[in-house]
Design a protein around this ligand. Structure first.
Ligand code: MSP
Length: 673
């Protein structure tokens, strides 16, 4: 007897995310994509390992920790733990979570540095930049005399001794490597960008700092610590054995998934570090585009982020996975919209796949007592496209190839063409009519067998994107194995055995009412879109001012930071609150909880959208004095711009808002202190 051959290994990574904030759906997108590839590769026979993790060192984390009144280690740990928990909750955590504060990472960085140094690629030099003494940080974007963008104080020109990596020696080696490995950088546009960057010449890279404390020490070279990229990138290797990488057999990585803004670090610095250390280079780097919100890159600094938890609480993780992969062409930028998300959910998942599964299984239960019927014709001879063996095998090959090239959008489009074809087939064949006549019994069996077998193939093909829903369908079709273990290459038309007992048909994607779903997501979003570094992170159930700019606080548990940082008076002073007078109020169309108000705040009249409609009638608000937070970034709620927030208490037990007000008379526009 021959022993089964070991599966080939496949190793992929997401970026290691900074711990100066919590994930938004841009980060979630990268992690979802990696998880889809991980599941797909398993179905192609690989033993897959996926790494994600946290990039914890550097000035930004140091600063955020200081603001929160915590040590960098404490602060960063509290955030890293939350990242991990979010990925776990979404079932996209991968297999390894590497933190750059892990001991296994420290020793890998130090080891790699030593190898580069022993090979003659490290030298001492001096680095000159604009430095903010107050914030203890270089301000890369500042020129001599410029102020610090963070604190406004003047920056100073500082020169410090650094270790440099001799990147300039790798120009030709990298160009030769790119030429020999045309698929190393994907997509093509990024490859061209990197090529012209390297062709333009490479400057040596400063890789240590003496002005920062929060970093990995350079052994024997105190006070030097490693700086940013000669730390984080190495995490991919630390996660799978570091110096002993041979033992797990996972290095070199097969694929690094990154966002386009960090392609240069991955496609230039990282291979150069590895070449300098005589280590194998990763096989491929794929840079995806950005998720845009209102046509701008979603990012914390722009204040336009969408958080994943509210979406997942209202719709579930699978609709988000499907939407992101279906809607965005992998490698390109794509706009994010709640409207499109819910439209996809209702159209493709509830009415599409969910409905096909439930009608097919319900008819099999009703007409064949819950047993897969015997088709009355020879396998593969059914006229309609989805019932033909050729059609299925063509689709299987084509869709597998699309996944292989990370063409998720096209792959899903093709799978949903199968859904539509079978739906149409059922509408044409009308099994419910065939069921009326005993002489059509054989035909009825053929039709329902064909639909069920088509559904089985669809479930397998969609599994990497919709792991839970397709596993449910798989079970309902009477399949006892784990769908994730099924090999796509062994799948073919006709494997569904007549006589198999089917499970009880149950709804997989219940339809949702669009405006209500969006409203609920936005309400939760507003509540949660407060970063751990912001003052109001930990709402007490009854006494904390609720953001009435949003609807009432959600009942489900938000991403609660592990700590409630104390803030200094200077942080509080940043919030501008004024007495406002409500001039007019009306309901926002299609949103139960929202009112659109015009509020006089002294020097101007502001439009504010507030989640007050369940607690106050519009006409009762007109003429009332309210407290307005006036210096918030404008934000759109249900497409209506809101320029400020009305302060209210979130009243227990149902969390409905109660407006803050005054016992004495106060002039409109007066500032609250
Ligand atoms: N810590 C570095 C990466 C080090 S990798 C060794 C970093 N971290 S990050 O927290 O800023 O995450 C950046 C990554 O998050 C991007 O490369 C991308 O994968 C993802 N995204 C962040 N914003 C995004 C969008 N708006 N859209 C899509 N993805 C985005 O950079």
């Amino acid at each position: 007897m021959s022993t089964p051959r070991a599966k080939p290994k496949y190793y992929l990574t997401t970026p290691l995310y900074y711990t100066n904030g919590l994930p938004h759906i841009g980060h979630t997108y990268s992690t979802i994509v990696a998880d889809v590839i991980r599941r797909f590769k398993r179905m192609r026979g690989f033993d897959v390992t996926m790494t994600t993790g946290a990039d914890e060192h550097g000035v930004n984390v140091e600063r955020s920790a200081k603001k929160a009144g915590m040590s960098p280690q404490e602060f960063s740990t509290s955030i890293a733990v939350q990242w991990k928990k979010i990925w776990d909750d979404f079932d996209i955590a991968g297999d390894e979570f590497i933190r750059t504060t892990d001991e296994r990472h420290h020793r890998t960085v130090q080891w790699l540095f030593k190898r580069c140094r022993d090979n003659g690629y490290i030298e001492k030099g001096s680095y000159t930049g604009q430095y903010c003494v107050h914030d203890n940080a270089y301000v890369v974007e500042a020129g001599p005399g410029d102020p610090c963008p963070d604190c406004g104080r003047p920056t100073e020109t500082v020169t410090e001794e650094n270790y440099f990596f001799k990147l300039s020696e790798f120009q030709q080696k990298l160009l030769d490597f790119y030429a020999a490995n045309p698929d190393f950088i994907k997509p093509e546009s990024r490859r061209n960008e990197v090529l012209s960057f390297v062709q333009g010449g490479l400057r040596n890279l400063s890789i240590t700092r003496t002005t920062i404390k929060w970093g990995i020490p350079v052994p024997g070279e105190s006070p030097h610590v490693f700086y940013v990229w000669f730390d984080a990138l190495i995490g991919y290797l630390s996660a799978v054995g570091g110096p002993e990488f041979d033992q797990r057999g996972l290095w070199p990585a097969d694929l690094h998934i990154v966002g386009k803004e960090i392609i240069r670090f991955h496609a230039v610095y990282w291979p150069a570090f590895l070449m300098a250390a005589d280590l194998p280079l990763p096989r491929q780097i794929w840079a995806h585009g950005w998720l845009l919100f209102d046509s701008e890159k979603m990012s914390k600094s722009r204040g336009n982020v969408v958080r994943p938890r509210p979406i997942v609480s209202v719709l579930g993780i699978e609709p988000l996975r499907y939407y992101l992969l279906r809607e965005i062409v992998f490698g390109q930028d794509g706009g994010f919209s709640y409207d499109a998300l819910v439209t996809r959910y209702n159209g493709d998942l509830a009415n599409g796949l969910g409905n096909l599964a439930s009608r097919t299984l319900t008819m099999i239960e009703r007409y064949f007592g819950g047993e897969i019927p015997q088709p009355a014709i020879a396998q593969g001879k059914e006229n309609y496209a989805p019932g033909s063996a050729d059609f299925a095998s063509e689709a299987l090959t084509r869709i597998t190839q699309l996944y292989e090239r990370l063409g998720f959008s096209l792959a899903l489009e093709s799978i949903w063409e199968l859904v539509a074809a079978i739906d149409k087939y059922l509408s044409v064949e009308k099994p419910w009519t065939l069921a009326d006549k005993p002489e059509d019994r054989a035909r009825l069996g053929t039709v329902l067998y064909t639909a069920a077998e088509g559904l089985r193939i669809i479930a397998a093909l969609a599994h990497p994107v919709l792991p839970q829903a397709t596993q449910k369908i798989w079970r309902q079709l009477g399949q006892t194995d784990v769908l994730g273990d099924v090999q796509l290459d062994l799948l073919s038309w006709g494997q569904l055995k007549p006589g198999t007992k089917t499970g009880k048909p149950e709804g997989i994607f219940p339809r949702v009412e669009k405006s209500e779903a969006i409203e609920r997501i936005e309400a939760m979003e507003q509540e949660q879109n407060k970063d751990v570094t912001s003052p109001a992170t930990s709402p007490a159930p009854s006494a904390t001012p609720a953001a009435a700019g949003a609807a009432a606080a959600p009942a489900t548990s938000p991403v609660t930071p592990a700590v409630t940082p104390k803030i200094g008076i200077e942080d509080f002073a940043k919030v501008e609150m004024r007495v406002g007078l409500v001039k007019s109020a009306e309901r926002v169309a299609g949103a139960d909880k929202l009112l659109q108000l015009q509020v006089d705040i002294g020097e101007e009249v502001r439009q504010i959208v507030a989640g007050l409609a369940l607690a106050y009638k519009p006409e009762d608000l007109v003429g009332r004095k309210v407290v307005v937070v006036t210096n918030l970034q404008p934000r759109k709620l249900r497409g209506v711009e809101s320029n400020g927030m009305i302060v209210a208490a979130s009243a227990a037990p149902d969390g409905s808002p109660v407006l803050a007000g005054f016992l004495e008379d106060v002039p409109v526009g007066a500032r609250l202190k």
